[in-house]
Design a protein around this ligand. Structure first.
Ligand code: HEB
Length: 734
């Protein structure tokens, strides 16, 4: 035993979570902590802080003027290249937003996470600690009226504007978090996110490379491909493959990708003017005296012209602080050869530089330099598809400007959800299909008497409680809080691609929707307030839950707030919505394809996406089982003789010591419970059922729900969780 206890003992007073965590000992254990992150008590402005309200008091014009002035207010401790921080801030914004991934909506600039590890210390984010610090005086001036998250993204937008580019606009509204997200970058989730991506690569043309090493590629590939080429091999064709894959993970197509790279690298420079080993530890690994700064550089002054960041060195254009077509003019106007930067990185420079294309001195006294491209830049004119687009942009600068403006706006706002969540005076009038907007509500809302009338119509419609509950859940549970997409609002469940999803076909959503549409038509034909299909879908489920609880002797009500509207097929980006298809829904015992990820881990992930607490998740699983809401109706986890009543039978029977469980067949995916005395088969269950008795934390909740008085607690959590799920996307109520 002594050697098992050794790490903690040896390190004595070391308090880092790693040495105390159970995951260290049991790496596959469930991480329920992700459900309770960002505790309200961790917010320095108090638990009731509402960023959008605080922002309402800010003078955006003054803020804009301050950020603009900062661009050319060069500081001795980190001088601006050519006296303008524009390129630097664009890179900071792009790296904040560019972690976004459409597969699970995680990443993006929406939370200010770049302040924390690991992002603050990723090599990709080298020296951005200085960019963030440059913003400190502005943050101090405006305090809680402006979040770091907004500031990081806004700074890049203003950088573009101050250098002559007209952006599509800007929306504020990103609230900060006060600790790094526990669900993204470490713990067992890392592994299963990797596996998830693995499942998705089939739909990409060039996804194979990531299969070799999913975890590392997922993490480091998110913002970046290696600028020097895949694994440092200066092959622009292969680089294009990597770029195409990483950018499509950010939901960017070829046109957007070329626009972003060309537009972005119109500004600023790469930094590698000195030996790579002159650079010290990253911020998180630095000494206390460094005060959060990393990458201290002992080469000459370590600043300005001597800066070392990526190790590549040089600017792409002769006008690096000005919007123009010079990136494409430079890249098409020269013959390029492979050279090495002073830091030893492979990069491309013209064999001979044409008149007017030398880059002016980056700092007073520094020399003129040759324009420089990375291998990734060379991909823009090497890959045939990229080349064609680059040519078109070269010949039509207005097309580049428009494509860059739109792609940049999308990059910065993609993780913010529908446009109704945007705030501030610079929000563009134009709507984009990737925003997943729903129409604004018009006319009178249905009132209490109409709600009561509709409830009884729904319950008497011939649709079963199971059907009503399962369909409402199907509509609402596509929500993911990571990028505010999905949910019941819009009734997109009746549109492509949702109608074709295996889970919706299997659970019989189609016929239920048809029936609801008929009820809707009949009701709306009567004149008076109209009901939307999305409201009706939710109301049906909520009425059925209420009825099922009443039938079990609990006189409870399930709150319902009308006001949802129905979106059209035209406003639904089919490709983008296909990312929301569930691979698993443990709440309804559904799994599309059993992968390497244990389904109970996927349940926790879904509960996280749905903003549920562990008790709510537990109550919902147990409740939905005995209500018969599972997909496919094959009876797994229905531990009850009174199906359709909202009871705690699931927990009571799961914990019954009279049952002996054993796995059936290969793979530990399904189990059979037999009577210990008679060996008669009693129940069958999946991993997601049995985990509520097997996992110590979930078991603790199950035991309370199964105990005397526990059923009312369970039902309370069930209803709270249900309403949370039904209203996750009600941004109109905020
Ligand atoms: Fe970039 C910079 C790469 C994309 C913007 N970039 C940079 C660099 C590199 C890179 C290497 C240098 C750094 C230093 O400092 O050293 N990118 C890259 C790649 C990619 C990119 C590979 C993919 C392909 N970018 C990008 C985008 C954008 C950008 C998309 C936007 C839009 N960048 C940028 C800028 C810069 C850079 C602006 C400059 C910075 C300064 O100036 O500082």
């Amino acid at each position: 035993m002594t050697d098992q206890a050794s790490p903690a003992a040896e390190w004595g007073s070391l308090t880092s979570a790693e040495f105390q965590s159970n995951e260290k000992w049991w790496p596959n254990s469930l991480n329920l902590r992700i459900l309770h992150q960002n505790h309200p008590d961790s917010i320095p402005f108090g638990p009731d802080f509402d960023y959008r309200k605080a922002f309402a008091g800010i003078d955006v014009e003054a803020l804009t003027a301050d950020v603009d002035a900062l661009m050319t207010d060069s500081q001795d401790w980190w001088p601006a290249d050519w006296g303008h921080y524009g390129g630097f801030f664009i890179r900071m914004s792009w790296h904040a937003a560019g972690t976004y991934r459409v597969s699970d909506g995680r990443g993006g600039g929406g939370t200010g996470a770049q302040r924390y590890a690991p992002l603050n210390s990723w090599p990709d984010n080298g020296n951005l600690d200085k960019a963030r610090r440059l913003l400190l005086p502005i943050k101090q001036k405006y305090g809680k009226q402006i979040s770091w998250a907004d500031l990081f993204v806004f700074a890049g937008n203003r950088a573009l504007e101050t250098m002559g580019f007209t952006t599509a606009g800007f929306a504020f509204g990103r609230a900060d978090i006060w600790a790094p997200e526990d669900d993204i970058y470490w713990g067992p989730e890392n592994e299963w996110l990797g596996d998830k991506d693995e499942r998705y690569t089939g739909s990409f043309e060039d996804g194979n490379r990531l299969l070799d090493n999913p975890l590392a590629a997922v993490q480091m590939g998110l913002i970046y491909v290696n600028p020097e080429g895949p694994n440092g091999v200066a092959d622009a064709m292969k680089s294009a493959q990597d770029i195409r894959e990483t950018f499509s993970r950010m939901a960017m197509n070829d046109e957007e990708t070329v626009a972003l790279v060309v537009g972005g690298h119109t500004f600023g420079k790469m930094h590698g003017n000195g030996p790579a080993d002159a650079v010290g530890a990253e911020p998180e690994g630095g000494g206390l005296e460094a005060q959060g700064f990393g990458w201290a550089n002992t080469n000459e002054t370590g600043l300005g012209e001597y800066t070392i960041t990526s190790g590549l060195e040089g600017a792409w254009t002769p006008t690096p602080t000005q919007w123009d077509n010079s990136y494409l003019e430079t890249i098409f106007g020269h013959e390029w050869e492979l050279v090495h930067s002073p830091a030893g990185a492979q990069q491309w420079q013209p064999k001979s530089v044409r008149d007017g294309f030398m880059v002016p001195p980056v700092a007073p006294g520094a020399p003129e330099t040759k324009p420089t491209m990375s291998t990734a830049d060379m991909a823009m004119i090497t890959d045939p598809a990229y080349l064609e687009i680059s040519k078109r942009y070269y010949e039509n600068p207005d097309q580049l400007a428009e494509a860059f403006a739109n792609a940049w706006f999308k990059l910065l706002h993609r993780d913010m959800g529908p446009a109704i969540r945007y705030v501030g005076p610079q929000v563009p009038g134009e709507e984009y299909v990737w925003q997943d907007n729903v129409p604004a509500h018009e006319g009178a809302l249905i009132g209490d008497s109409e709600i009561a009338e509709l409830k009884s119509t729904l319950l008497d419609s011939g649709l079963s409680t199971e059907q009503l509950i399962s369909t409402a859940w199907a509509a609402a549970s596509t929500y993911r809080k990571t990028d505010f997409r999905g949910g019941a609002n819009g009734a997109r469940i009746r549109l492509s691609p949702m109608t074709d999803w295996d889970i919706n076909v299997q659970s019989g959503v189609g016929p239920v929707i048809s029936k609801l549409e008929q009820i809707q038509a009949d009701f709306n034909a009567k004149g008076g307030a109209k009901v939307s299909l999305s409201d009706l879908i939710v109301l049906g489920g909520s009425a059925a839950v209420e009825a099922a609880a009443k039938a079990a002797g609990h006189d409870v009500s399930v709150p319902f707030t009308p006001g949802r509207t129905d979106a059209s097929q035209e406003s639904t980006d089919v490709e983008s919505f296909s990312w929301l298809e569930p691979n698993a829904d443990g709440f309804r015992n559904y799994v599309k394809k059993q992968g390497n990820v244990p389904t109970e881990h996927m349940l926790i992930d879904k509960a996280f996406m749905l903003n549920l607490t562990a008790p709510q998740m537990t109550a919902l699983v147990g409740g939905l089982r005995v209500l018969g809401a599972s997909v496919g109706g094959d009876g797994y986890g229905e531990f009850t003789d009174r199906k359709g009543l909202l009871t705690n039978d699931f927990f009571v029977n799961l914990l019954d010591m009279g049952t002996l469980w054993s796995p059936v067949g290969e793979g530990d995916d399904v189990f059979e419970g037999r009577d210990r005395a008679t060996d008669e088969p009693k129940w069958k269950g999946t991993r997601v059922d049995l985990v509520f008795g097997a996992n110590s934390q979930l078991r603790a909740l199950s035991e309370e729900f199964a105990a005397a008085g526990g059923e009312s607690d369970m039902i309370r959590h069930f209803i709270d969780g249900w309403v949370t799920v039904m209203e996750n996307d009600r941004f109109d109520l905020d």
